[in-house]
Design a protein around this ligand. Structure first.
Ligand code: GLV
Length: 318
């Protein structure tokens, strides 16, 4: 008896090596980047792919149009802002993502950035490495800002936002949040005005979904309200923050500092930020631990396997 041919999967962009191995063990995988002319390759071969796997690279409407038999896109990551969901819905293409398994690590990174920028730990590290500690004529390292007991404003109270809120309890922080609507089971104070939340907060942590609906939600007026003693932390998507307004606010000392894991045009980071000591910059690594990335890889596989076996997903992005 012939075994049925394994589904053909189009891989868009590099993935965690472990995930690439797992995918190739189960499916016939083709990396789009290997094609000298990806558009010509898709025009010629697109019909053979029933699945696609992507990550922050997403998949474009044009690429989907060139895949007439595509049934599932399995995304390595929770955010699906680079996948045109109106197109996948119209074509009845399932979209899987990797929620929940990364809540802890993204929340941990939010606090790493928050503590890093408030206590200036990366800057202090540079000061020690430069041999400036204890040198004659050197001032002692400048004072930081107290995190425990401070006011934390969370923008977006989804799964990760709630995990950040629980971390904040340990720091005995005073907590309020802003979201489109009050969250039913949330014991924290809801603030319907983002500007008012920013005005109130010492630390404003952004963890809302990316995409057109939240583009530049954090803009000049929000940063003005955050004020010269306020810090911005972004672990969501670069698109949520008006980056030029942020650079201006930092340069003009309209806010105290920023901790950023994400940028509008990743991996490009505005040059002005690179010279500022009151910012902490990370290369989009909020979920980047061995444990969590492995769990995300497993979810990518589980979504594909379940879909091809039963036309269901473990976690479906909507
Ligand atoms: C990371 O940014 C993700 O969307 O999981």
């Amino acid at each position: 008896m012939n075994t049925p041919e394994r589904p053909h999967i189009l891989q868009i962009g590099p993935l965690l090596p472990l995930l690439e191995t797992w995918l190739r063990d189960r499916y016939v995988v083709c990396l789009l980047d290997d094609a000298p002319d990806p558009a010509a390759f898709l025009a010629e071969q697109g019909a053979r792919f029933t699945g696609a796997v992507t990550s922050l690279f997403g998949i474009s409407a044009e690429q989907i149009a060139a895949l007439p038999n595509l049934r599932i896109i399995s995304n390595f990551g929770v955010g699906v802002d680079k996948i045109p969901l109106e197109v996948t819905r119209a074509r009845d293409i399932a979209v899987g993502n990797t929620p929940d398994v990364l809540n802890d690590c993204v929340a941990d990174t939010a606090f790493a950035l928050l503590l890093g920028v408030a206590r200036a730990t990366p800057e202090a590290d540079r000061y020690v490495r430069a041999g400036r500690w204890g040198q004659p004529g050197q001032n002692s390292f400048h004072l930081g800002r107290k995190v425990s007991g401070a006011r934390l404003g969370i923008v977006g109270l989804g799964r990760i936002g709630k995990t950040i809120a629980r971390r904040a309890l340990g720091f005995e922080m005073d907590l309020r949040y802003h979201a489109r609507h009050p969250v039913a089971d949330a014991p924290w104070q809801y603030e319907s005005s983002l500007v008012e939340l920013a005005r109130w907060a010492d630390f404003l942590v952004v963890i809302t979904a990316g995409g057109a609906g939240t583009r530049h939600l954090i803009n000049g007026p929000v940063l003005d309200a955050l004020g010269p003693r306020g810090f911005l932390i972004n672990v969501s998507r670069g698109s949520v923050v008006d980056e030029q307004a942020l650079v201006r606010a930092l340069a003009e000392k309209k806010i105290a500092g920023a901790g950023l894991d994400v940028f509008e045009n990743e991996p490009r980071v505005p040059a002005e930020l690179l010279t500022m000591d009151n910012v902490v910059l990370l290369p989009h690594i909020a979920s980047g631990t061995e444990e969590t990335r492995q769990a995300m890889a497993q979810r990518v596989i589980d979504n594909l396997d379940l879909f091809f076996a039963e036309r269901r997903l473990v976690s479906e992005a909507r």
